[in-house]
Design a binder for this molecule. Sequence first.
Ligand code: SF4
Ligand code: SF4
Ligand code: FES
Length: 314
Amino acid sequence: MRLAFTIRRYHPELDAAPHDETYRLDITRGMTVLDALIRIKNEQDGRLTFRYSCRSAICGSCAMTINGAEKLACRTSVRKEWERHGGINIEPLRHLPVLKDLAVDMRSFWGKVRAIEPWVRADHLPPTGPLSLPAGSAQFHNVDACIMCGACVAACTVHEVDQGFLGPAALAKAYRFVADPREDSTARTARLGALQGPTGMWDCTRCNFCVEVCPKDVKPMEAIIRLRRAAIQAGMTDTGGARHVVGFRDLIARFGRLNEALMPLKVVGPSLRRLLHVLPLGIRMLLKGKVPNPLHPPIEGVQHVRALLERARR
Ligand code: SF4
Ligand code: SF4
Ligand code: FES
């Protein structure tokens, strides 16, 4: 079967703008998108640029956008893409600068991974101490399967609007060290503290795209949620995100359901400046009848909700 491959081309030093080029190729049984790109490069256009190495979904270098989704070219079947989409459209990873054609500049990605200091900080262990993991002690929830392909970052809706966001891969990597029993507790606290600021763990909107595209089932968003849980358990509750979580839980425990009138006050916290900031919005909502009664009574059976919360806390 002969198929058409539409590939985004861009040589920033020569081209005014990216453009698409179409190549036709006889496909073979079991052919991957990477196989097709290599054939196109070898047989039709030697200037076509893309990255690859292992061809086995191990090195993470062949991530690109295939029919609108971030995928590893070496494990994406041409036939399945054709059957699902009726064509093969290949573009570079989104929201990362293009070096040439399908090769993007990963320096910001690596910079963020370096920024979380991806190593165990066990300063107080003796140099000959127990550096191997105690058997059965580490629960990394598969975050150590990450191959640093960058697909999750390209798909991230927060990274799309704020490229300073640490992003799903680096935050998942940070969780791997927070979960490591060899890390000093002071270092762990410092690590969690460093992720509290803008661009850190509370910036994730939980859109789930990083989970959907990850070829290694790392589930970065879930790692971020675990990071948040660890931060709250360590007493780090003075961020808007943490106040939202704690306030939500407190209101559910009190009323058995969310109290939308009190929730903004929980998120704002004890800060006059923040209160004055949201006050005009609150007044406008009140005048339009959008503020529910803050004094509504607890729901019937609220004790069951409280028991559930208590059980979940253990
Ligand atoms: S869940 Fe969070 S980290 Fe993952 S893609 Fe969405 S915003 Fe980004
Ligand atoms: S978390 Fe998944 S998608 Fe993100 S860099 Fe690692 S392997 Fe790739
Ligand atoms: S070539 Fe290594 S992951 Fe695809």
